[in-house]
Design a binder for this molecule. Structure first.
Ligand code: HEC
Length: 111
């Protein structure tokens, strides 16, 4: 095999591997940071989810209520209801890209 072909192929392989590695974190971040309240499936049928009356993000009605920029802000800065913190902000723990990926992840949640 010609060296140039080898280089091209290994670059391709590397792109595929890193592509997969980059795609995983949103689901992983969700499971690690969010699922305890929102549920792994986004239905919020968890103890905390029920207590805090978190909406079921898998329904079409709630998906329509959720706006991307409001979600970005909520994940970065947290959610306060009547001045009380219901969800903390994650901007110190997650990068802007990770937060964006989480919004995309929420959009994939289906019943
Ligand atoms: C301590 C429990 C808790 C954790 C952990 C938590 N949330 Fe929340 N989250 C809430 C509550 C409560 C609300 C407000 C009620 C609702 O949306 O139904 C909320 C609201 C939201 C909203 C809706 C904001 C809007 O536009 O109305 C998004 C998006 C969200 N959370 C994403 C996340 C993500 C992503 C994570 C993990 C990085 C996370 N949450 C972790 C409790 C939590």
């Amino acid at each position: 095999m010609k060296t140039t072909t080898k280089i091209a192929l290994s670059t391709l392989a590397l792109t595929l591997v890193t592509g997969v590695a980059l795609a995983a974190p949103a689901a992983e971040n969700w499971d690690n940071n969010c699922a305890s309240c929102h549920g792994a499936d986004g239905k919020a049928q968890t103890k905390t989810g029920k207590k805090l009356k978190i909406r079921d993000y898998t329904t079409a009605a709630v998906q329509a209520e959720l706006k991307d920029d409001a979600m970005l802000k909520a994940i970065a800065d947290g959610v306060k209801v009547d001045g009380k913190e219901k969800m903390k902000g994650y901007k110190d723990e997650l990068s802007a890209d990770e937060i964006k990926d989480l919004v995309a992840h929420i959009r994939t949640l289906k019943p």
